[in-house]
Ligand binder design. Structure first.
Ligand code: ZN
Length: 354
């Protein structure tokens, strides 16, 4: 087995089949098989507001025979993650500062006013009405408060060697470099988050998302591929950037998978388990951020008999000859191997030779 690791960004557990969402674990499993390395599925159960149960996702993966070497559940590693936060303090990335923060009553909105201009308002927890900001949850007007905070200074991180795939994601990376990557990020909260960081005799509540975002540093493999859907680019950027604080030379590829629109239901895929895997591997078009559901591919997959389907799947996950460049290998697998034309030609060739 090679010293590579394929790992998902910690996902909120879901229990229902979803053809688009399941493309991430299916890809992770297949890339790891192609590169003969470990695959870890990470689950995010750290949440201040919702009770999350990892079991339903584990059961769903079992039901669809999507196999990982193990499940890494963030809430089972709180102490190791906290140790990493203290290392960031020691290295000087995290320090205390007086900051102006915009806060609502319920505590969900808590953001540095420095960052207000760089926020994507569509995803924000608050809305702007005239010149004021209102929390979308509790409805209260957000007030500006000066408070002593823990900040992460992202200007100190060398981001030049962060590597993203597909290539066009580097445009987003560049935008992040100019915003979150060039600013103080407030990582403490006024509300009780359940995670206390003591700094200079003062107890800070740490932002839960920031805590899990250091998770890659817990894995020792030399080359990592971390996967998520491109709707989570901000988190992916943070994870990639934070890993650089621990290992400036890390060879991690941040892989942002296309978002699959117009989801189909499981019943439309005949002989579901293998069909689902084949469909998800071949439907993704890596030159686009959003992919639409492909009816021709669906009919093609459904038209195959079980033996043919299995052979095609075996071709898709066959081990490749790896090089010393993980991102080249990844490009190869995603664009040449998981390609309808190529894999179908290979299938025909092998069936002729039987
Ligand atoms: Zn609120």
């Amino acid at each position: 087995m090679s010293d590579r690791l394929v790992i998902t960004l910690p996902v909120a557990p879901y229990g229902e089949l979803h053809v688009g969402r399941m493309s991430t674990p299916i890809l992770g499993e297949s890339i790891a098989k192609s590169m003969n390395c470990k695959f870890i599925m990470s689950i995010n159960t750290l949440d201040c507001y919702k009770d999350r149960d990892a079991k339903k996702l584990v059961n769903l993966m079992g039901q669809y025979n999507i196999n990982s070497d193990y499940y890494w559940i963030d809430s089972e590693h709180i102490n190791e993650l906290i140790d990493k936060i203290y290392i960031l303090i020691k290295k000087g990335y995290i320090s205390e500062k007086e900051k102006e923060v915009l806060c609502c009553n319920c505590g969900k909105v808590e953001i540095s006013t420095d960052n207000l201009n760089s926020i994507n308002m569509d995803d924000a927890l608050f809305e702007k009405i005239n010149d004021d900001y209102y929390c979308k949850f509790c409805g209260t007007k957000c007030l500006r408060k000066k408070t002593k905070s823990l900040i992460f200074d992202s200007k100190l991180v060398d981001k030049s060697t962060m590597c993203f795939f597909p290539d066009f994601i580097n445009k987003d990376k560049y935008t992040f470099d100019q915003t979150v990557g060039n600013n103080d990020i407030i990582i403490s909260r006024n509300r009780n988050t359940g995670v206390i960081i003591n700094h200079n005799g003062y107890n800070y509540n740490l932002d839960i998302d920031f805590l899990w975002q250091v998770f890659l540093s817990l894995f020792d493999e030399k080359e990592k591929i971390v996967i998520c859907c491109n709707h989570q680019l901000y988190q992916l950027y943070m994870v990639g950037m934070l890993e650089k604080c621990f290992d400036a030379k890390s060879n991690t590829v941040c892989l942002a998978t296309p978002f699959l629109k117009n989801d189909l239901s499981a019943t439309e895929l005949e002989n579901r388990i293998v069909s689902l895997k084949i469909f998800d591997l071949l439907v993704l078009k890596w030159a686009k951020k959003e992919n639409t559901f492909d009816k021709t591919l669906l009919s093609f997959v459904n038209s195959m008999n079980v033996e043919k389907k299995q052979l095609l799947y075996d071709i898709l996950v066959e081990e490749i000859e790896t090089t010393d460049d993980v991102s080249d290998d990844l490009r190869n697998v995603l664009t040449k191997k998981y390609n309808f034309q190529n894999s179908n030609n290979e299938l025909k060739r092998r069936r002729k030779n039987v």
